[in-house]
Design a protein around this ligand. Structure first.
Ligand code: FAD
Ligand code: NAP
Ligand code: SF4
Length: 683
């Protein structure tokens, strides 16, 4: 094959059917599963990815019964009427030449509802509801529900099912003594504990016949104390193969694990070694079942390398296919540079899922909204000026140009990217560079006229006689007006991140928002270093061990010592970091705690002196404290930069504001890109 990705693009013969390549689109909860009205949108969403050439896709989880719900009224497949609705999805996928499996997800004690059930009555740390302990008859009912769901999936036209056996859900809960305290034939010995998944796979196979894909998602590394041992995981892989599974997919970490598994600070392909270890065990035993490796595989290069290294037979990409449905097609066409890479931020996908909002993607706002956010040729091409090449301006200008408009993009700096040029300097946020690489290609491909090093003024814009001007001029750092802040020991986050100004050994950070946390991370890490780029160090830092040596694969974290002594402050009472991302905030807090960053809330900033920052507490401002430090870094939020708006409007120019220029409060790149894209799709 004349391609840089011969392994990735090789077909996979499953005997009764053939997959076009080695890409499995892993299951993601998008919210489209919950509620009938979303089925047309779900059909369009999967059809677009099938058109993009994905070998096999897996839907978000569908519960096999009410007890298995993730939350009240979560998507369920338990009746023929429900199966008929799925035809819309399977027909749309098949019309594009794709293949799709339905994931059967029983959440057990993770269910966020009072009807949840589990092997034992042990409440999980992530749901307020204690589960009901199932009697033996109840277990039989759950197995029958799995079998019924698989049969209905076949009836609905799916090519297979994925039995969700990892991430700490129902099946996983039977496997380990952490959650299974039973003494009947479903508990006690490992043979008893693994009876449930083996029984489910065997009976599903019996019900669906030999020519239907059964993927078993197996937790190879639980990342919880009292998790499965390695011999147990291997025994289970052998048993589910024997019971009739077609493919084994890798699951890493329970949801309650305190180790990040997919965030942007996790090194690429960080857990492929686990699948590789399992594959070696199975091959040594003469078992040839295809294995899928997973987690933080976001480029064709990484995927190809993992396959070439013998880690797996397929790779699971989930979020990367939200970010770019054309991932496989672009790799096949030798256009990998054009891929819109998932930066693993979780901001529009996982965070939304946990907030009961439809999932989308920060770098691709069309994801999940394929039927409503349409990028169509403009009925009448016009001339537009876009001012500012940050995320908002980049999204707007490339979308306008894609639609056929004549677009001039002005950027004061010598490079595109705006604040992303600071974000990508943060250790663990290196992926943010990929978005700028992507937009640089899009600017070229769509023919945007880019004017770098051009701080454009109102007069030039008026003289340019544009049909419209879009201000994407971003923000300026807020001035916190602290007495003494003009001293040489005071810097702003821009000085530190963009201009590389030297910072002392002891640092106080004013403001504990997203940027305050990022600056703290930057300062506690030695210059030019990042654990996200060094797998061995990252695994030690988070306490991930070889599961063959320690049950569950977790040991005590061994963080490297901090490069500086940092104190992070905010005026609000309470623990800093509450407003950080829903699914990533805990990672930022834990990372800084490991680096001994002191976090203090409820302060008043009184003054800055050469000795440090003097703060008081409470309204009375009586008790005070000098936080001794060499440098104070200001991260006190941002204000919109929109000085061009008034003169343009006064001259009768049609002006629109997007991103930070529109609103700085709670601004992030998700909103900036979304707003830029949506405006440009309308004009
Ligand atoms: P900006 O990115 O501020 O871009 C505005 C651009 O306009 C600038 O390049 C500026 O030079 C240019 N400009 C201004 N005036 C003119 C003019 N007159 N002529 C020409 N050009 C002009 N967001 C997230 O979603 N997730 C994160 O994890 C994240 N991490 C971050 C980490 C750091 C350290 C920082 C600083 C920001 C982070 N952000 C993050 C925030 C995110 O970068 C911003 O929300 C986003 O960049 C805002 O986009 P924007 O296009 O509105 O403005
Ligand atoms: P932010 O999140 O609004 O935080 C601003 C901080 O400054 C807060 O701690 C605030 O807390 C403090 N502050 C506000 N006014 C102040 C004043 N007058 N004097 C002193 N302190 C003041 O803003 P940001 O940190 O600048 O981040 C900007 C945007 O980038 C955010 O909206 C964020 O979403 C985005 N971002 C996101 C991430 C991410 O990981 N998702 C990372 C970085 C940035 P008190 O008012 O309590 O003091
Ligand atoms: Fe990836 Fe972020 Fe998009 Fe989710 S929102 S798919 S993590 S880029």
């Amino acid at each position: 094959m004349n391609t840089p990705y011969p392994q990735l693009l090789a077909p996979l013969d499953l005997g009764f059917t053939r997959l076009a390549n080695r890409v499995l689109m892993g299951s993601m909860h998008t919210g489209l599963e919950d509620g009938r009205r979303h089925f047309p949108a779900m059909a369009a969403y999967f059809a677009e990815r099938a058109r993009g050439g994905v070998g096999l896709m897996v839907t978000g989880g569908f519960a096999p019964n009410i007890e298995g719900w993730a939350k009240p009224f979560a998507g369920t497949l338990a009746t023929s009427a429900a199966a008929r609705r799925h035809r819309l999805v399977t027909d749309a996928v098949h019309a594009e030449g794709g293949k799709i499996a339905l994931q059967i997800l029983h959440t057990g004690r993770y269910g966020y509802h009072p009807l949840c059930v589990a092997p034992s009555r042990i409440k999980s740390p992530i749901s307020p509801f204690a589960p009901r302990e199932l009697p033996a008859r109840g277990i039989e009912r759950q197995i029958r529900a799995f079998v019924r769901c698989a049969r209905l999936a076949r009836e609905a036209g799916y090519d297979g099912v994925e039995v969700m056996g990892s991430e700490g859900y129902f099946i996983n809960q039977f496997l380990v003594t952490h959650t299974n305290h039973r003494s009947d034939e479903w508990g006690g010995s490992y043979e008893n504990r693994m009876r449930l998944p083996v029984e489910i796979v065997a009976r599903v196979r019996e019900a669906v016949g030999p020519d239907f894909i059964i993927i078993y998602r197996l937790s190879m590394l639980d990342l919880i104390p009292d998790g499965s041992s390695w011999p147990e995981a291997v025994a289970l892989a052998k048993a589910v193969t024997q019971a009739g599974a077609t493919i084994i997919n890798t699951g890493i970490g329970w949801h309650e694990a305190r180790v990040p598994t997919i965030a942007t600070s996790v090194p690429r392909g960080a857990f492929a070694w686990v699948t590789r270890k399992m594959r070696a065990e199975l091959r040594a035993a003469g078992i040839a079942i295809p294995l899928v490796t997973s987690n933080r595989i976001n480029t064709p290069e990484v995927a190809e390398q993992l396959l070439a290294d013998g880690c797996a037979d397929m790779v699971s990409l989930a979020r990367p296919l939200l970010a770019d449905p054309q991932f496989v097609a672009k790799a096949s066409a030798g256009r990998a540079e054009d891929i819109n890479t998932c930066i693993a931020c979780n901001q529009a996908c996982l965070d939304h899922a946990f907030q009961n909002r439809l999932a989308s993607c920060l770098v691709n706002p069309r994801a999940g909204h394929e039927t409503v956010l349409l990028i169509r040729p403009a009925p009448k091409p016009r001339r537009y000026a876009v001012v500012g090449a940050g995320p908002a301006g980049l999204a707007a200008s490339t979308t306008l140009a894609e639609r056929g408009h004549d677009v001039h993009l002005y950027e004061a700096a010598g490079q595109i990217g705006g604040q992303f040029n600071m974000a990508r300097k943060i250790p663990g946020k290196e992926e943010f560079s990929e978005t700028l690489r992507y937009f640089a290609r899009r600017l070229q491909a769509t023919g945007v006229n880019l004017h770098l090093n051009t701080r454009v003024g109102a007069d030039e814009l008026i003289a340019g006689r544009f049909d419209g001007v879009i201000l994407a001029t971003g923000v300026t750092a807020r001035d916190p007006r602290i007495p003494g802040q003009d001293g040489p020991n005071v810097l702003s986050y821009v000085d530190v991140l963009l201009h590389g100004r030297p910072v002392g050994e002891r640092v106080a950070i004013v403001g504990a928002g997203g940027i305050g946390f990022d600056v703290a991370e930057f300062l506690v890490t030695p210059a030019g270093h990042s654990p996200a780029l060094n797998l061995r160090e990252w695994l030690a830092e988070w306490g991930v061990a070889d599961p063959a040596e320690v049950r569950g694969g977790v040991v005590r974290p061994q963080p490297a010592p901090p490069a500086r002594r940092v104190t992070l402050l905010q005026r609000k009472a309470g623990r800093p970091g509450k407003g950080l991302g829903k699914t990533t905030g805990w990672i930022h807090r834990a990372a800084l705690q490991m680096k001994q960053v002191e976090m203090i809330g409820g302060v008043n900033y009184e003054r800055i002196t050469p000795e440090g920052l003097f703060v008081t507490y409470g309204e009375k401002r009586e008790d005070g404290q000098l936080i001794e430090c060499d440098t104070v870094v200001l991260c006190a939020g941002q204000e919109p930069r929109r000085d061009l708006q008034a003169p343009l409007a006064a001259a009768g120019v049609a002006v629109q504001l997007i991103g930070g220029a529109h609103e700085a409060a709670e601004l992030d790149a998700k909103r900036a890109i979304d707003q830029g894209t949506r405006l440009a799709a309308r004009l």
